[in-house]
Design a protein around this ligand. Structure first.
Ligand SMILES: [Fe+2]
Length: 201
């Protein structure tokens, strides 16, 4: 099959106590795996599209046959979003962004605290399942945005730099209905080195 589930780049318990090992195991091995499996199953119906990149599938799904377009939208987006999400977290994360990232944030949002408050508000107010993002737009400016379900910000011509999964599957075992507590905890596991690399891509 053309797409494979990439391994989590750290142990399931690496983000404890902020994100618990059981959540990470189910999130990666069950939820993320299902997106990959469902994507492959959809493409098996039309193998001529198996050569498309994940990014193309997640953004140009409306060019696909109608019987697989929505499945590919959901599952290519799910694979792409989660692969990105695992990398932007890590053990010994958190703290302030590195120099270039911090300067970029200050340029657009005045200071880190203002950015963080705006990002938190966006993440809290995603209705139902979806994602909050920090992206670079076509003009090169940093923007906070959200996407519903597993839609990719790439579809909006946005280059993702930071993203937060606010599906209940990302936090329910530990935080139940307390999404704001999960959002606060998540800042402690951000791999700012990876985020800064994304800024410069
Ligand atoms: Fe997720």
């Amino acid at each position: 099959m053309p797409f494979e589930l990439k391994p989590l780049p750290y142990a399931f318990d690496a983000l404890e106590p902020y994100i618990d090992a059981k959540t990470m195991e189910i999130h990666h091995d069950k939820h993320h795996a299902a997106y990959v499996n469902n994507l492959n199953a959809a493409l098996a119906q039309h193998p001529e599209y198996q050569s498309w990149s994940l990014e193309k599938l997640a953004t140009a799904y409306d060019q696909l046959p109608a019987d697989i377009a929505q499945k590919v939208r959901n599952n290519a987006g799910g694979d792409s979003n989660h692969t990105f999400f695992w990398q932007l977290m890590g053990p010994k994360g958190g703290g302030l962004p590195h120099d270039k990232m911090l300067a970029a944030i200050k340029k657009e949002f005045t200071n880190f605290e203002t950015f963080q408050a705006q990002f938190n508000e966006a993440a809290k107010t995603v209705f139902g399942s979806g994602w909050a993002w920090l992206c670079r737009d076509k003009e090169g400016r940093l923007r906070i945005t959200t996407t519903p379900n597993q839609d990719s910000p790439l579809k909006q011509d946005m280059h993702p730099i930071l993203g937060l999964d606010v599906w209940e599957h990302a936090y329910y075992l530990k935080y139940q209905n307390r999404r704001p507590d999960y959002i606060q905890a998540w800042w402690h596991v951000i791999n700012w080195g990876f985020v800064e690399d994304c800024l410069e891509l």
